[in-house]
Design a protein around this ligand. Structure first.
Ligand SMILES: *Cc1c(COP(=O)(O)O)cnc(C)c1O
Length: 385
């Protein structure tokens, strides 16, 4: 079965991990800061915090912005559940803004309309979490403009988008947001097995994120001014000042990240070439795909076609029968049973629902060949007959 996504691990990645295993520190050694520095260098963000998943990064992102009970957080329904769950972890209320069918990303114009209404009702969000779906950056200029006008924070869930760019800057630079988070799960652009990161240009946000990701504990040596509320007893002394978590990444994982990050441009290039080739080969078929222009700035994390006149389940089943590992991204979050219990229902976000009815993710990963694409396209032609 050709998988819909796959990581690429080479000998130098393996060597980097084995090196750590032979060294003194398996965790809290030099690899984590090296990975954090490399992430800053790659994205141009000022601060990076490596953690054990993007889900953890989203949680500490919300905590570091002060999200708490009584606050409101908005995100897109076309995402993995973690983008919404993080608000609920903090006791906040969650709501969604529908997508733009052309980008499949949270729609800036629908956001503006919802903000106007929320302002009248005094129910403006504290944070809007945008997701660069499939690796295509959201319209960040628009979101920045709205965040200034309506006074909310922006978190970019860039789990799909390491390697993508927006108006000439790399996703992760945070020039139009307060925080960007990445995922390093094996299907994502690069992998640390499990892992994630939080990036920001704001020292105060970074300090808070660090505290929340490490038990809420500060040491005398790394104390944050005025967090320390008592005198130090000596060098061994640490003090818990918040209810934090243990979201640390290990050095084993970080070493893999350092090695993988050197390849992200090559991976992205390969993904983009394959996606452009898919576009050409699919041109005559009744499926909707992203434009060539969109692909050229996207990290091309996944390649989604939207069926125009076929039953998705039937096409999916025929593809699986032919050993093509298709998938579907995403079941709209508000349709999940857990979110239905919170009061969301079918019909609330029709663009995301219509998109979901027709979406099919075809295989795309760096080690795939153009011949593999031909095989997938042939199978799809057969499935659409
Ligand atoms: C994968 C993913 C996450 C969660 O990532 P983990 O590292 O597995 O916690 C969050 N948001 C989006 C959009 C994702 O695709």
């Amino acid at each position: 079965m050709l998988p819909y996504g796959a990581h690429s691990i080479e000998q130098d990645d393996i060597d980097a991990v084995v090196d750590v295993l032979k060294n003194q520190f398996l965790t809290q050694g030099k690899q984590v800061p090296a990975f954090e520095n490399a992430l800053c260098n790659y994205t141009s963000a000022e601060y990076a915090l490596a953690v054990n998943s993007a889900t953890s990064a989203l949680h500490v992102a919300c905590l570091s912005l002060g999200v708490t009970k009584g606050d409101i957080v908005w995100t897109t329904p076309n995402t993995f559940v973690a983008s919404a769950n993080c608000a609920l972890y903090c006791g906040a209320d969650i709501d969604f803004v529908d997508i733009d069918p052309d980008t499949r990303n949270l729609s800036p114009s629908l956001l503006e309309a919802k903000l106007e209404k929320a302002k009248a009702n005094r129910s403006l969000p504290k944070v809007v979490i945008v997701v660069h779906f499939a690796g295509l950056s959201c319209e960040m200029d628009e979101f920045r403009r709205l965040s200034t006008e309506y006074d909310f924070y922006i978190i970019e869930d860039a789990s799909h988008a390491l390697g993508a760019s927006y108006k000439g800057s790399r996703v992760g630079c945070c020039s139009n947001s307060d925080i960007t988070i990445f995922s390093f799960h094996p299907v994502k652009p690069i992998t640390t097995a499990e892992g994630g990161a939080l990036l920001t240009n704001n020292k105060d946000i970074f300090d808070k994120a660090l505290l929340h990701a490490k038990h809420g504990v500060t040491r005398a040596s790394e104390l944050i001014e005025d967090e320390f509320q008592a005198e130090s007893d000596g060098n061994w002394y640490y003090q818990q000042v918040e209810l934090g978590f243990n979201y640390r990444l290990s050095d084993i994982h970080a070493a893999l990240g350092v090695s993988q990050l050197t390849k992200v441009n090559a991976f992205t290039e390969q993904r983009q070439q394959l996606a452009l080739y898919y576009n050409e080969q699919l041109a005559a078929l009744p499926v909707k795909v992203l434009s060539k222009q969109q692909i050229k700035t996207s990290a091309c994390h996944i390649y989604v076609v939207e069926l125009q006149q076929h039953d998705r389940l039937a096409v999916y089943n025929k593809m699986i029968e032919q050993e093509i590992g298709c998938n579907v991204h995403y079941i709209p979050v508000h349709l999940q049973p857990f979110y239905q219990k919170l009061g969301f229902k079918k019909g609330d976000f029709v663009n995301a629902e219509t998109y979901y009815q027709n979406a099919l993710t075809l295989p795309l990963f760096p080690a795939m060949t153009f011949q593999d694409v031909d095989t997938v396209v042939e199978a799809l032609k057969g499935a659409l007959l």
